[in-house]
Design a protein around this ligand. Structure first.
Ligand code: ADP
Ligand code: MG
Length: 439
């Protein structure tokens, strides 16, 4: 058995991304003294952890296919001394990991492309990673879906795990589940040990604290304890603390104690750089014209662009064909058309109404209160951006006199985006929600 044999099977059985990013880095070392024990090496600790948690079964399967024996797998870091006996069994290692933090090893500062849309969030994250608990505490990263918040949060985590720090990364939902579980099982001590005794607490998507009173209360105490011990807290959210509905004031104010930094939709240059980086990481070869085409035609989240790259690559492999502009145009034709066709004006109205706490029917009414006029303006702006509807169509649908009032609203919206940071955030948030069909 050699590395090549194992990798060949893993490549067959895994997605292209998993293979290119993680599995490809496995090096078959040897079978241990115990003949069922098979040892692999990987370049670093977090990749080892990640592979152990996510891919152990795939690897077992591959080995079994070659040797016809059910193996025990050990994943070691290159150059690391032999572990203690206890650590050699993968079953023990996996259960030990149950409580620790699993970070995606590809979310590092190196793999993050910096542009003006995310410069400040990146710099702040790096500063915090290098000196946790010193400068910006808490760090609060906010912005639309798929724009790199989790990536930055986990990059801070990976950086510090490497340094041997105790890092807890969870979504606020996991925190909440842990808390409820601890309450039910009267095991608060275990819960508090986990969350109050770490060097860095990284909490993803805190907007979901909205309305969860008991969890807010517990999080408040966790926050205070960590903060007063100069332990670093980093949070992400899709909106500013002040915009999280039913969040108690004392948390709102604490979330703003340190630094808030946003990630925005990247401009063309940054998008191109991201596509280049992602295709390189995934082992996909793209020509310049293809990259430009993707960057100019997909203006949604980076997560979506990543999905597209993987699809393009899969199709090219299936068709046994080079990736060229024709292939890509053909593949994306439907998606780009669909992107616009799938979004309907009533959906936009509903989502805007819900977000701004008014009735959808108000937007189509003759009401002229500031809130309604603002909501209507946002609907008009988003409809022009995200659908094929013409100005007269929109005017007709909204019961407005003519299309000049539509173009006036669009002009006004563009001005506000330039001048009013809050308005811009609201628009970006809504745009993401509409694109991702979060209604
Ligand atoms: P969010 O948490 O803001 O919804 P993620 O951090 O999950 O978004 O990002 C979605 C995907 O886009 C991830 O795979 C991430 O690596 C990638 N991504 C986002 N921004 C960047 C960037 N600036 N450079 C490289 N990759 C990025
Ligand atoms: Mg995220």
């Amino acid at each position: 058995m050699n590395t090549k044999d194992v990798l060949a099977i893993l490549k067959e059985e895994s997605t292209a991304t998993d293979y290119e990013r993680f599995l490809k880095q496995l090096i078959y070392k040897k079978s241990g003294s115990n003949e069922k024990l098979v040892i692999f090496e990987v370049p670093n600790k977090y990749l080892a952890n990640w592979i152990k948690t996510k891919f152990l079964n795939n690897i077992k399967y591959a080995i079994e296919k070659i040797t016809n024996q059910k193996p025990k797998i050990e994943i070691k870091v290159i150059g690391e001394k032999k572990g203690t006996k206890k650590e050699q069994s993968d079953s023990i290692q996996t259960s030990k990991l149950g409580d620790s933090t699993i970070l995606n090893p590809s979310y590092t500062f190196d793999s993050f492309v910096v542009g003006s849309s995310n410069q400040m969030a990146f710099n702040a994250s790096l500063a915090v990673a290098k000196k946790p608990g010193v400068q910006y505490n808490p760090l609060f990263i906010y912005g639309g879906t798929g724009l790199g918040k989790t990536h930055l949060l986990q990059a801070i985590g990976n950086y510090n795990v490497e340094l041997g720090k105790t890092v807890i990364y969870v979504t606020i939902e996991q925190f909440m589940n842990d808390f409820t579980f601890a309450l039910r099982n009267q095991n608060m001590e275990h819960f508090r040990n986990k969350y109050r005794k770490c060097d860095l607490l990284l909490i993803d998507d805190v907007q979901f604290l909205s309305g969860k009173e008991q969890t807010q209360e517990e999080f408040f105490h966790t926050f205070n304890e960590l903060h007063s011990a100069n332990k670093q807290i980093v949070m992400t959210s899709d909106r500013l603390p002040s915009q999280i509905a039913s969040l108690v004031d004392r948390l709102k104010s604490r979330f703003e104690w340190g630094l808030t930094a946003d990630v925005q939709i990247p401009g063309l240059e940054t998008k191109i750089a991201i596509i280049e980086k992602k295709s390189e990481l995934n082992g996909i070869k793209l020509t310049k014209d293809v990259i430009d085409y993707i960057a100019t035609n997909l203006d949604n989240s980076i997560r979506e662009i990543e999905g597209v790259l993987i699809r393009i690559n899969a199709s090219a492999n299936l068709l046994n064909q080079e990736i060229n502009l024709d292939l890509v145009k053909n593949l994306l034709k439907e998606q780009i058309k669909e992107q616009k066709e799938n979004i309907k004006l009533p959906d936009i109205i509903n989502i805007v109404a819900k977000e701004l706490n008014i009735k959808p029917s108000d937007i189509k009414s003759k009401k002229r209160t500031a809130t309604v006029a603002n909501a209507r303006r946002i609907v008009i702006y988003l409809t022009r951006e995200l659908t094929h509807n013409s100005m007269p169509d929109i005017a007709k649908f909204l019961g407005m006199k003519d299309h000049s009032s539509i173009s006036h609203n669009i002009k006004k919206a563009n001005e506000l985006i330039e001048q009013d940071e809050n308005f811009k955030i609201i628009i970006e948030n809504l745009k993401n929600k509409v694109i991702n069909k979060e209604w």
